[in-house]
Design a protein around this ligand. Structure first.
Ligand code: NAD
Length: 348
């Protein structure tokens, strides 16, 4: 590893920035946090004071114009991911962009194209790929343990877990659980499947619960919780087809009347199958069915993600999560909304 310190600009100083990105950067020795910006300037100033950050920039564009910023972490609302990423790429900065890549395929396409021309590291923060169990499962898939994977199931069903704040305002988030948590599990499962080209989606979205007042449940909170707009779906389900003939069934919810599932992913290959979470392998040996339960800890996914981003910058290599991956996932996510709206299967 080079001893050169990478100088980081933080775009958006809210929850994920303060509770995931900054702690992960602070665990690395080759990093310096040098700039921060936020719509809420007081918040940016507080974060700068707490972490001894030199610059508080007024806008995203002012931050990326700073010469002593090498790379940025994009942690703003989803509707500003494209603006921030395009400005950063244009200014010659390396980019780590939180999930989802964008709110529309057109934005994601523009980000993808710009990143290709920019020639710097461009990575999406699909953090679940960096869990220890995900890394192990992917290693097994790549080693051919499952044979060709032809079918998968992906899901994350929360009973009353609608986040509070901008997440439920489509103009800021781009969508509900599909774009907030579906992005994690659909990307993860697609990654285990070997990233086949998505060709069509047939899906439904549902809006029955909206702004419920259920007591006694913990919910993810954006730092500002004064939003009163609830125009996102509560749940969605459907099927994604791929060019190699494989398919993925998915179901996601922020609020649905059933027992919570947490994030889950099943992959089915000719030779074996697997599930996550918990990690289990379903195979056959000597004509007997055998279940394998590899043991891993959770690791430190955000630290692992940030380390990979920094390694790619230091070594000039392409990240394992590319702009092309982000674009393909965006096509699947927006395909879900398009299909639900059209009431039929749509081609991507
Ligand atoms: N990887 C994960 O598991 C995970 C978890 C939660 C959130 N996220 C993502 O992180 C991002 C931020 O979510 P959060 O929970 O931290 O929300 P948040 O509201 O707590 O923080 C976002 C911050 O961005 C600022 N902001 C918004 N638009 C801006 C703009 N145009 N210019 C400057 N600042 C702007 C807001 O003022 C706020 O301080 C979202 O994209 C979300 O999807 C990822």
């Amino acid at each position: 590893m080079s001893s050169k310190k990478i100088r980081i600009g933080l775009i958006g100083a809210g929850n994920i920035c303060q509770n995931a990105h900054i702690p992960a950067y602070l665990k690395q020795s080759d990093v310096e946090l040098v700039a921060v910006c936020d719509l809420n300037e007081e918040r940016a100033k507080e974060v700068a004071a707490k972490y001894n950050i030199k610059h508080v920039a007024r806008t995203i564009e002012d931050l990326v114009a700073l010469e002593d910023v090498d790379a940025v972490s994009i942690c703003v609302w989803n509707n500003a991911h494209a603006r921030a990423a395009l400005a950063a790429v244009k200014a010659g900065k390396h980019v780590l962009c939180e999930k989802p890549m964008a709110t529309t395929v057109a934005e994601a396409q523009a980000m993808h194209d710009a990143s290709k021309a920019g020639g710097k590291v461009f990575m999406l923060g699909f953090v679940n790929r960096f869990r220890s169990d995900s890394l192990l499962l992917k290693e097994m898939a790549d080693a051919g343990k499952f044979g060709d994977i032809y079918f998968a199931r992906a899901g994350w069903l929360r009973r009353r877990g609608t986040p509070l704040g901008w997440f439920t305002d489509v103009s800021k988030s781009g969508g509900g659980p599909v774009i907030d948590i579906g992005v994690h599990v659909i990307d993860l499962t697609w990654h285990f499947m070997g990233k086949p080209e998505p060709v069509s989606v047939n899906a439904t979205t549902h809006y029955p619960l909206g702004n419920y007042q259920t007591k006694g449940v913990g919910r993810w909170k954006a730092l500002d919780t004064d939003n009163l707009i609830f125009n996102t779906e509560d749940s969605a389900a459907g099927t994604i087809r791929f060019a190699n003939g494989a398919s993925m069934n998915f179901e996601v919810s922020w609020a649905v009347n059933m027992k919570e599932t947490g994030i889950y992913s099943y992959i089915f290959g000719k030779d074996a199958g697997a599930s996550l979470d918990p990690l289990e392998i379903y195979g056959e040996e000597a004509n007997y069915l055998v279940d394998l339960k590899p043991t891993t800890d959770r690791g430190d996914p955000f630290a692992c993600e940030i380390r990979h981003f920094l390694d790619c910058i230091q070594e000039g290599k392409e990240p394992s999560i590319t702009a092309k991956d982000g674009l393909n996932v965006q096509k699947m996510l927006n395909g879900i909304y398009d299909s639900a709206k059209a009431g039929r299967e749509v081609w991507l």
